[in-house]
Design a protein around this ligand. Sequence first.
Ligand code: 5AD
Length: 368
Amino acid sequence: MKINDILCREELGKNDIVRILSADDEEIKIIKRKAFETLEKYCGTEVNLRGLIEFSNICINNCYYCGIRRDSREVSRYTLTKEEILDTAVWCAENRYGSIALQSGDRKDAVFVDFVEDVLYTIKEKTKSDRLPDGLGITLSIGEQDYKSYERFFKAGAHRYLLRIETSYDELFRSIHPEAQSLARRIECLSALRDIGYQVGTGVMIGIPGQTIEQLADDVLFFQKNDFDMFGMGPYIVHKNTPMKGYMEEISAKSGYIFKLALKMIAAVRLVMKDVNIASTTALQAMDPRGREEGLGYGANVIMPLLTPEKIRKEYLLYEGKPGVDDLVSVTDQKVKAQIEEIGRKINYDNWGDSKHFAGRQRRITSR
Ligand code: 5AD
């Protein structure tokens, strides 16, 4: 069947998604156009910014792929002070970001939970202005926590949460994580977040050794079935100080293919989920200097510029070749804004830029 005929369908099934993910270069152009039209129709084409603050690289998990895994001795561990986080957040608000994303390694101890809660309350209080009457929008991305902690963070002002499942295939999940972590637990966390009232985001890595196109198609169907609001997906990139360093050659030989596959995944999620927010991730940019702009062309509508204070950026390398680690915050900011405008997209300044899907979901709940 022609790709055009598939793309005309209102509902896409597994075979259709597999077709999209295995499209050739000619077909990719058609898919890209259709994904962009879908974005335009359901969300508008404005780009939403979230200033990304990686506030701590201390992590209790030992994921085999990740550069800041617990056992990595090469990383010097840091946690920003409340004042440092606050300064960056205020800087974001002053520079017309409507939202920030606070990200860190996993820690569940009481000191950490109290600290995050306090930081959230303070950011909300200190970033209220005429332009942002309710303060900055905050996305939290600090891994698996218990229900009570998620509830406390929500009350303190975080209203979106990102927790990637990495892959919805149990066996593949187990191949890249130690015993202590499970897909089932992640799914439980995602459902807790939804229950509490967060806008919930998830995502997968693309190009994990052993991962198939069929599995990625099932990932997209998993997203649909669980009705998530936001997505962050990116290519897997090998880090040399991890147990998966042996894949370096294999992955770099396939990097062009993986890059395109990641763009096709963005398009597939846009076509299937329609009104959700999709981030064009830094990992895409690590593979290609124009990667993030490309992602926007395939239906992404969120960019998370790296605004972690310069002095510690080098300590938050989840993978190698992370771009912009030497830039000043102001330089990153100017570059990102220029890149977005260069491709003719407008930025949604001074606005939380929430997922339209979430609003629809709320309406469905209240009208029941
Ligand atoms: N390559 C690409 N993405 C990675 N992440 C962690 N390590 C890597 C890597 N080596 C992603 C995971 C995690 C997110 C914070 O970063 O998907 O959920």
